[in-house]
Design a binder for this molecule. Sequence first.
Ligand code: NDP
Ligand code: OXD
Length: 309
Amino acid sequence: MALIFRTDAARAAAWGEAFKRQMPALDLRMWDEPGEIADIEFALVWKPPRGVLRTFANLKAIFSIGAGVDHLFSDPELPEGVPVVRMVEPELTRGMTEYIVLHVLRHHRRQREMEANQRAEKWEMISVPTAPSRKVGVMGLGELGGAAALALTALEFDVAGWSRSPKEFPGVECFHGDFGMDAFLARTEILICLLPLTAETEGILNAELFAKLPKGASLINAARGGHQVEEDILAALDRGQLSETTLDVFREEPLPAGHPCWRHPRVTITPHNASLTDPDGAVRQVIENIQRIRRGEPPSNIVDSKAGY
Ligand code: NDP
Ligand code: OXD
């Protein structure tokens, strides 16, 4: 039994060490040196090149290094019948909560304007509403969106969330489905996207959606670049329909030189690092799942391949 893994070169050593610490006997194969293919029963991957996973004929599970699995379902040759398992890991959730709280507070307290004033040596009193009177809305109330929504309620923001199926979270006004979307948007001043990228959510952050927000609302997208129509975001900013945006993800990553978002005064960019999987916690989850599969049990955090998340 072997596990093959593929991550970015900068983090490969940390993953290798986590496996050595936690399961020293594991036959760990690097992506570029797979050895005997027939031995490979598990794959732990981030953005594998299309068509390669299907060449591992004895695969029993595909583990995503990230919470998102769009990088797997975009492979038209993804092997059928092999369970896809997404990452649910406490540090990944904590990191995303920190990111959302940081950027909600920046928007809420108009921090970007104060930093611009500092650069211009301008002393201008900017007052901000209280947190309980600020309406924040989270699209996606899953592992990450749910935790972020609860952290925002702890700061006493007026929080709502939107999901596919009905949900209940203490202190969060919950909306769901197409039916609940317009009412959710109409009350949301700071909109956060933490949806998975699926056929249903592709391009959801577009002009039509922005028009349903109160004028001057702001946007934080820490999910996937495929959710956003970048020209519509820029047009909404220029019209004042959106007051500012924080984007961690883009349709093309790394964001190419010369892209208009780089220099837009009301766009804050982070390089798809809102939250990173912690190798130690992730390896623990992978090992537990390998053991479950060995006992004939289904792995935890298995993805519904029809829904795509
Ligand atoms: P989950 O699968 O736990 O949650 C997804 C949520 O989105 C659920 O509440 C689900 O509804 C909702 N949803 C899915 N489709 C729809 C739809 N069509 N309409 C309304 N709601 C929908 O995912 P996570 O919270 O773990 O992760 C969310 C995403 O965050 C990942 O897919 C990934 O793309 C991104 N991410 C980005 C990172 C970064 O660094 N930028 C880091 C980690 C993740 P329901 O509850 O009803 O199923
Ligand atoms: C993820 C990511 O999906 O880092 O976990 O984007």
